[in-house]
Design a protein around this ligand. Sequence first.
Ligand code: AMP
Length: 173
Amino acid sequence: MLLEKFGLAHLSTGDIFRQHIKGETALGVRAKQYMDKGALVPDELTIAMLREKAAELGTVAGFIFDGFPRTTPQAIALDALMAETNTSISACLSLHVADDELVARLLNRGKTSGRADDSNQKVIENRLAVYNRETAPLKEFYAQQNKLWEIDGMGTVDEIFERLRAAVNQLAH
Ligand code: AMP
């Protein structure tokens, strides 16, 4: 919905890894071992993949990075990559959702996504633990740059979209 509204391009590292798995590439084989457990793919693989992907992309109004960066080294690498083209991150949108609601949403998505990591409660719980340990510290990283937007992620899709739309709208002006 945000892509359509603001004419942005979407870059999801999870989607790119899943394409590699489907194509049975060497990267896909390596990434799958981590993804099936709900662990993070190592930074050096993730950053190299993003660099390669960014080089393929043309000029767009902006990007939504989805599921990236997930660690401090990835955020530092992203800042460096963007600086190479004289751009920078505008904002970090952090959606806040209660853990039990996240587990319910992922199990529900697992019914149709075909993703092994959405169907197993243990794997989902590991993903939440990994998020709290590795990714949550990025809120401080972006807060220090005055780029953190904390957004309530509870409620309906339309309600959450409206909160995100209002935030992105302010950034775009
Ligand atoms: P997602 O599609 O964003 O839910 O990601 C699914 C899985 O792909 C994660 O649980 C990780 O195993 C892997 N993954 C996706 N993005 C990253 C990233 N930025 N860094 C490390 N692992 C990632």
